[in-house]
Design a binder for this molecule. Sequence first.
Ligand code: ADP
Length: 262
Amino acid sequence: ILPSKTIEEVSEDVEKWASQKREELENLRKNEAFRKEFLLNLSHELKTPIFAVQGYIHTLLDGAIDDPGVNRMFLKNATKNIDRLCRLLDDLDEISKLEIGEMSVAPDDFIIQDLIKDVFDTLSLKANQKNIKFQIKKGCEAPIRVWADKEKIRQVLINLIDNSIKYGKQDGSTIASIYNLDDKTVLIEISDDGHGMAEEHLPRVFERFYRTDKARSRDIGGTGLGLAIVKHIVEAHGQNITVRSKLEIGSTFGFTLQTAKD
Ligand code: ADP
């Protein structure tokens, strides 16, 4: 009986099989490390506000409640931490849904400039507190129709524009630019002239819980999940997100979308 494969072919198959198994094992290890790191980060993120609330309540019960100089401030600080905890849980909910693929993209035909203006309106109060001006770049006003999930892209714009305020400077500006890259793709950029980031952070800013300055992010109420959510949503549309930034000069986040066809 003639063997169906030569020794060389069989050994090639074995090599292939072994290398596939090695790769699978490596992926499992990576996932496991990723999961452990996520859990560690998460428990830390949860502990910080919970311990703060615990501290304020205990101090109030220990007598501070009768001190009119501090009791209101302690309650306010406790509330601020509870609010942050709620935001964290909302963001976690969102990211888990995105990661298990439960959230589907329901595309629609809409004008991207209208959505940007809507988000500018939503965030105008917050921007006014730092006297930050919102603007659509000159020359980018001509309406462009895109084909995307409007509510999810609203979330993307809210997260990016909210960051441009949070990490923006007093009296600064946030500029939205919209460019037709080709007849199928639009590029949307959100730029600020704020604190910016050093080069070394850029490859990691879309990771869950990654921050260039943990203390500043927490202080201004960040959850560290905003950009991870943005990346998920953009990639669920089959599109890309990029960032460029210079410390103390400003940052530009750009993402692509598909144009709507008649
Ligand atoms: P956070 O809730 O901390 O804002 P994000 O995921 O939205 O979380 O952002 C991650 C980190 O990226 C921030 O903590 C901040 O260090 C940095 N970052 C995001 N947007 C900007 C920006 N426009 N300018 C400077 N740094 C930014």
